[in-house]
Ligand binder design. Sequence first.
Ligand SMILES: *Cc1c(COP(=O)(O)O)cnc(C)c1O
Length: 429
Amino acid sequence: MYQQSEILFERAQRSIPGGVNSPVRAFKSVGGTPLFINKAKGAYLFDADGNKYIDYIASWGPMILGHAHEEVVKAIQDKAIYSTSYGAPTQLEIEMAELIISMAPNVDLIRMVSSGTEACMSALRLARGYTGKNKFIKFEGCYHGHADSFLVKAGSGVATLNIQTVPGITAGVANDTLTCAYNNLEAVEKLVAENKNEIAAIIVEPVCGNMGCILPQPGFLEGIRKICDKENIVFIFDEVMTGFRLSQGGAQQKLNINADLVTYGKVIGGGMPVGAFGGKKEIMQHIAPLGNVYQAGTLSGNPIAMIAGYTTLKILKDNANIYNELEEKTIYLRDGLNKVLLASKIPFVINQFGSMLSIHFSDHAINNFDDAASANNGVFKKYFHAMLSKGIYLPPSAFESWFLNNALTKKDLDYTIEATEESLQEMAE
Ligand SMILES: *Cc1c(COP(=O)(O)O)cnc(C)c1O
């Protein structure tokens, strides 16, 4: 069934470390061979063996409209004939910035980069440059890309591969990274008190997607907002996952909390390598060439990347109903999964917010990294492979969220629920 993928994986490992260009793709925690994908259309992926899958990864979020959306593809094609990069400013970059500012709250100025990693790394540097302070707080299990400062108690692939300390990160860097448990406001208060006048920023995934989907408990983000105001700390919302996914204005709008700086990635590029960071003018004006906090990129604002992102965001802005449709679909799926999981008697927790969802095989609520890490990975593995064999492509790690795309039909969702029911029966045998 996976013969071509097996051949390709074998070959890939001879020239690419671990056969993949990003670790989670390697299927390490679930075992088996990663699928090599040939093409995708709408909600479906097709692998090298010609198998068809319903896709719940959506390229880890970006393909919110479904794969190969006609308008987006056409826009890229039309742009490509005029060269793929100039290294000089274009009108399209202004249109992109204006569009983002019209959709996202608290963004006066926005700088485009090429990945979520760059966006978070640059936002942190800016917060440090702006406040003149060095330390920052991040939460265990949150992932903010692979810049050195963030690879301390990180989620996503770092958690999947169970890497406790990342070699190559110096103690000096790690010492400025303070961590505490997600949803634990008292721990934040304590850290801030212990490091009085030393903390530049608190960065958070407003809704977590890198330890499975985890929701902020009422009062958690609101409490951090108050601490940041009081202590002159820059509050950074890492909206690389949630931006333009949870609503037009991302988590800021959906949760009604204001961030000082916001980082974007994933959906903002419509499937091309794009990231961005933005915020209030008072802070953003410290970025070079306006200010001295240096940040740059040869391919930043690349025309092909910009047109893919612009076209995607414009569709989302002009069809605000997409967010309602996506949420309805996700709730429909959640309720259906809930029903068949309950019947199976296997302990589970489904966390869902907007179009993000995950199943943790656990008998306790999942509100932070320790909760997620103590769920039953053996059951997850079996479920993952049973679903894959039925043509459902789920994230190959319990530390990743499912992302729904709007090309999914009710029939796809019903099939996914039925496949779950069958998978659970097989697992019981
Ligand atoms: C994916 C992700 C990143 C990193 O983005 P890349 O484009 O992979 O560098 C950062 N923060 C969050 C919340 C993410 O989900």
